[in-house]
Structure formats: structure tokens, C-alpha cells
Design a protein around this ligand. Structure first.
Ligand SMILES: O=P(O)(O)OC[C@H]1O[C@](O)(CO)[C@@H](O)[C@@H]1O
Length: 556
């Protein structure tokens, strides 16, 4: 049973330690080995192109802090929770489910404990189905109803059934089939599907209806709109099977929608939505980058799984990433964390991590049904570098909030424009920003830089001071290959799990999304009946009633 994290002895120790200010300038000056001491490298042993360097030396930590964070993980039984997860124990207690996204990428059978869980044995046959289908579409042997090759795919899904595929297809664009256009429709705002259909041809478009539950209102409504649009041209219902496939755990609902069983790609209830890009939900990824590359992505995730399982806590990347974030979240009042990827292909990485981290760890109830008396998941946000530098870095450097940042960058660019000059410029920024954040600029340095003419201008001098001591992690990877992306995604997935274990919460349900959905379902009939009189009898507060009435009386 999980305990309140505040009950662990190391929690109190960390509270004490947080009162001693660690100064990064002094810490680096005192210890020439600080980088060596606080960085780790990680190499794939099967996927050879994976090579990560994780530098956490620019954090407000010392050996005492690190040792106490590791003790906290031990007291919270992180290793036991991890093993229970990898063994397929039903650690998602509120839904009584196992949490086994690792099974989707365990192609060589490294994790035996999970094998008795229902569905696990179907993973490989389902991958075979994805392989055959994606190869048929990519090779052109899969034809639309008029005998034409598929030129566009449209993934219709939302949340985890959208964000993972969007992020991964963007990230792995260099591996993509450029003559196959990939579109993603998620929002129930009709604009999203309308603008997508404008650039599609019903004869050459394949719709992928991606929904774990197959009950999600946005997805089913958008899929129905897509089918109506298709039928306007195709006329005959029999043609649907050449143009619509389903990715779901709910075979019954997908059948009711009109999708033939042969066109269904299944997964299981132990795959959480935000962890589902490794499952059939990844079909759009396989279609875009090819099945072999998709498999490399899975293997990359598995490399990180084995590291997570086997590396000791002090060297365990997901554990370190999680504990460092806990240090700021719980002992330095940091409310948010920025994800800053210096790789344009990772421009959706922060969006993806938003759901991964916030839907997983935005909880106030422990697995023991107690209300937490500490902060849980931070707000995750970010933009790719260098764009963010010209937008919000001002606040990170000189604002009043502490925002720990993860900087990520590849050693090798996929596009070495001007002989690599642009990449060098990009990376010079990737190195410079954490340096500036850590070491800042003192008043004396500012005065010296300004020279005697302006050094007396107090406002100017003070405006130019950077207090520094802002913590960052830097993660360098060799190149954004499918394997590397797999390892990075799994790194963050396990980071989230470790944090949940320490905070004693269930990172694998998402009850907090339900209430809004239920209320919207109650309001919708009122909008459809356009009965402004009825609004008052619905029991809404005056604000909600007022807004609904305003809509009803002003819409055209
Ligand atoms: O795949 P589904 O069942 O359509 O769900 C989509 C998303 O909706 C949620 O259940 C809640 O928003 C997410 O967890 C999930 O990724």
C-alpha cells in the first residue's frame, strides 16, 4: 500500500536540505569533476544507433541531496512498484488493470512475468497484421474502391489516440514516405475535419479511426462525418471497407460503426491511452515511416525498459529524471517544468508530454484513498528551441518563477544545411541557454561590461542582471532515429511512473476528465432543442445558464 510521501524519513531530510542554498557558480568552481559526477551516458545494446548523454550537473543538487532523493525512492519502494508493473500486476487499482505498454515493445521476450496476462500473447500476431497492412498500403497493392492507390491517410482520434502518432510522425519525418500525406483530425470543432477533407480525395484516402474505447464523442462524430463525406462520392456502403479501418479495444463498437473485423487492429485494456502509440494506435506511424522503422521505434522503447529494470537507481535515467523533478516540485515550489527540444522534428514533443505527465500525475488522491498533503504533477509545457528563446525565455531568465527545464538536442542534424552551419548555430544556443540560466550575470559583471559611461545608471545595471542558479537538465542524443525516439519516449514514460510511485498516486487512470464530459452530454440536447426556456429548469448555475442562453439567442 502506498503511503503519503511526507511520511518517508527522506522527505523531512530533503526539506532540511532545501533550506541550504546551493549556488551553481560556487559548486562548479569547487568541483572540476561536477560534470563527470552528475552525468550519465546510455547506449542501446541491440539498437546500436541509440546513444544518449544525460547531464544533470546544472541542478541545485549535491551528493547529500542526490543520496536523499535516492533514499526517498527506496523508501517509496520504487523498485518494487516498477517490478509489479513490469510483471503485469494490476497496479492501476481504480480500474483493476495491469499497466503493460512495455509488453507492446518486448519483441524478444525480456519480461516474462507479464506473459500470463490476457492479451499479451496476441501482441506479436497483431504486429504482423499491422506489418502486412502498412506494407500493402505503402507498396500500393492496397487499392481504393476505384482501383487507385492510397495517397492520404487521415487518423481520426483524440488525446492518446492522436498526440503520440502526431508527435512520432513529425519526429520521424526523415524516414517518411513523402508521397503519402498524413493528416490528423482530433478536435470536434468542425473546422478540423472540414479543412482536412478539402485536401483529400475520397478515392485515394484511408481513414484510420483510432479510439481505445470507440465511444469518444469527438472521434466517433468526426469519423461519422468522414464516412458521410466518403459516401457522397462512393455511394455504395460496400466501399467503406477499402477506406476505413479501426484501432480499438472495443471490437463490438467498431463493428457497429461498420468496420469489418479484418480491418480492425486491436489492443488491450492494459494499454493506457497516453501510452498507446506503441500499440495498434501506432498504425499511422507504421504507415508513414514503414513497419521496419516502427519496429526500431518499439525496440528503442524496449532498450529503455531494460535499463529501467536493471540499472541501479543512482544510474537509472528515468529514476534520476523523476527525482530531480520531484526536488523542484516538492522542495522548491516549482509549479511547472519546460521541455525545450532543439530539434525542429520534435516540435510536438512537449505537447505529447503534456498529456503523458499531466493526465498521469494530475491527481490529489493516493492509492490509499488519502488526500495528498504535498504537490503532485507539475504543469508541463514547452516549445522547440530556438523559437522559445524569442518568446518566453525572458521569464525563465529574469522572471520571479522557478522553471526547471529539460533541454534536448541531437548531435547530428538530419539536415546539415550550409555544411552544418545552421546546426552549429542551433547547438551554440542549446549550450548557451543552460549556461546562462545556471551562471547568470552579476551586477559587477554588468557594470564592467557597460563601462564607466553607463555603470552609474542603476536601473540599466539592475535590469541587465541575471541572477542565475536556474536548474536545467541537458539530454543529447546522437540523431533522432526511430530507436532513439523510442528510448526518449520510454524515458519520460518511466519518469512519470517513478514520480507516481513516490507520490503514492495511481498514474494510470484519468478520472478527472469525466465530469466535464458528462456535463457536456447533458447540455448538448438543450442546444439541439434550442429551447431557451428549458435552460433555467436544467439546474445550472446562473453563469452557465446565462452563457447558454446567450448562445441560443444569438446563433444564426
Ligand atoms: O482512445 P479513446 O478511447 O478515444 O480516448 C481518447 C482519450 O480520451 C481520454 O480517455 C481522456 O481524455 C484519454 O486518456 C484518451 O487518450
Amino acid at each position: 500500500m502506498s503511503k503519503l510521501a511526507t511520511s518517508y524519513p527522506s522527505w523531512s531530510k530533503l526539506e532540511q536540505l532545501s533550506k541550504q542554498k546551493i549556488n551553481l557558480r560556487e559548486a562548479f568552481a569547487k568541483d572540476p569533476q561536477r560534470f563527470q559526477r552528475y552525468s550519465r551516458s546510455f547506449k542501446g545494446d541491440r539498437v546500436k544507433d541509440i546513444s544518449l548523454l544525460f547531464d544533470f550537473s546544472k541542478n541545485l543538487i549535491d551528493d547529500d541531496v542526490l543520496a536523499s532523493l535516492i533514499s526517498l525512492a527506496k523508501e517509496a519502494k520504487v523498485e518494487e512498484h516498477r517490478d509489479a508493473m513490469l510483471d503485469g500486476k494490476p497496479i492501476n487499482g481504480s480500474e483493476d488493470r495491469a499497466v503493460l505498454h512495455i509488453a507492446l515493445r518486448d519483441l524478444e521476450g525480456d519480461f516474462k512475468g507479464k506473459d500470463s496476462v490476457a492479451g499479451v500473447k496476441e501482441v506479436i500476431p497483431e504486429l504482423k497484421h499491422m506489418k502486412e497492412f502498412s506494407e500493402a498500403v505503402r507498396s500500393g497493392s492496397w487499392k481504393g474502391y476505384t482501383g487507385k492507390t492510397i495517397k492520404s491517410i487521415v487518423n481520426i482520434g483524440i488525446g492518446g489516440s492522436d498526440l503520440g502518432p502526431v508527435m512520432a510522425t513529425q519526429a520521424l519525418k526523415p524516414y517518411s514516405k513523402r508521397d503519402l500525406d498524413a493528416h490528423f483530425v482530433s478536435n470536434i470543432d468542425g473546422t478540423h475535419i472540414a479543412e482536412t477533407l478539402k485536401v483529400c480525395d475520397p478515392e485515394t484516402t484511408l481513414f484510420i479511426v483510432a479510439s481505445k474505447t470507440f465511444t469518444t464523442q469527438e472521434t466517433i462524430t468526426n469519423a461519422t462525418a468522414a464516412r458521410d463525406w466518403f459516401m457522397e462520392t462512393a455511394k455504395d456502403k460496400a466501399h467503406v471497407e477499402k477506406h476505413f479501418v479501426a484501432l480499438s479495444t472495443n471490437v463490438k463498437a467498431a463493428t457497429e460503426f461498420g468496420i469489418a473485423e479484418a480491418n480492425m487492429f486491436k489492443f488491450w485494456d492494459w494499454v493506457g491511452g497516453r501510452y498507446s502509440l506503441w500499440s495498434a494506435i501506432g498504425l499511422s506511424i507504421a504507415l508513414v515511416i514503414g513497419y521496419e522503422n516502427f519496429e526500431e521505434f518499439l525496440k528503442g522503447g524496449n532498450e529503455m525498459d531494460r535499463h529501467f529494470k536493471n540499472a541501479k537507481l543512482e544510474d537509472n535515467l528515468p529514476v534520476l529524471l523523476a527525482l530531480i523533478a520531484i526536488w523542484y516540485n516538492n522542495f522548491h515550489n516549482a509549479q511547472s517544468q519546460a521541455i525545450l527540444a532543439y530539434d525542429q522534428y520534435m516540435n510536438k514533443f512537449a505537447d505529447f508530454l503534456e498529456q503523458l505527465e499531466m493526465e498521469s500525475n494530475g491527481k490529489f488522491i493516493t492509492s490509499n484513498s488519502e488526500r495528498v498533503n504535498y504537490e503532485t504533477g507539475p504543469i508541463i509545457w514547452g516549445q522547440p528551441g530556438t523559437n522559445g528563446q524569442h518568446a518566453f525565455y525572458q521569464l525563465i531568465h529574469q522572471g520571479t518563477k522557478l522553471i526547471p527545464c529539460d533541454f534536448l538536442a541531437p548531435v547530428e542534424s538530419q539536415n546539415p544545411i550550409r555544411g552544418g552551419e545552421l546546426h552549429d548555430i542551433l547547438l551554440s544556443n542549446f549550450f548557451a541557454q543552460p549556461e546562462a540560466l545556471a551562471f547568470g550575470k552579476t551586477e559587477e559583471e554588468v557594470k564592467k561590461e557597460l563601462g564607466p559611461k553607463d555603470a552609474g545608471n542603476t536601473f540599466l545595471v539592475k535590469s541587465k542582471v541575471f541572477e542565475g542558479n536556474k536548474p536545467t537538465n541537458s539530454i543529447m542524443f546522437q540523431k533522432l532515429t526511430p530507436g532513439t525516439l523510442g528510448a526518449l519516449v520510454a524515458l519520460y514514460e518511466h519518469k512519470v511512473a517513478v514520480q507516481g510511485f513516490v507520490w503514492g498516486i495511481n498514474s494510470f487512470d484519468q478520472m478527472g476528465v469525466e465530469l466535464g464530459k458528462v456535463l457536456a452530454k447533458k447540455i448538448l440536447p438543450v442546444l439541439q432543442q434550442a429551447d431557451a426556456q428549458k435552460v433555467d429548469s436544467e439546474g445550472h448555475d446562473s453563469s452557465t445558464s446565462g452563457l447558454i442562453k446567450h448562445y441560443l439567442s444569438n446563433r444564426k
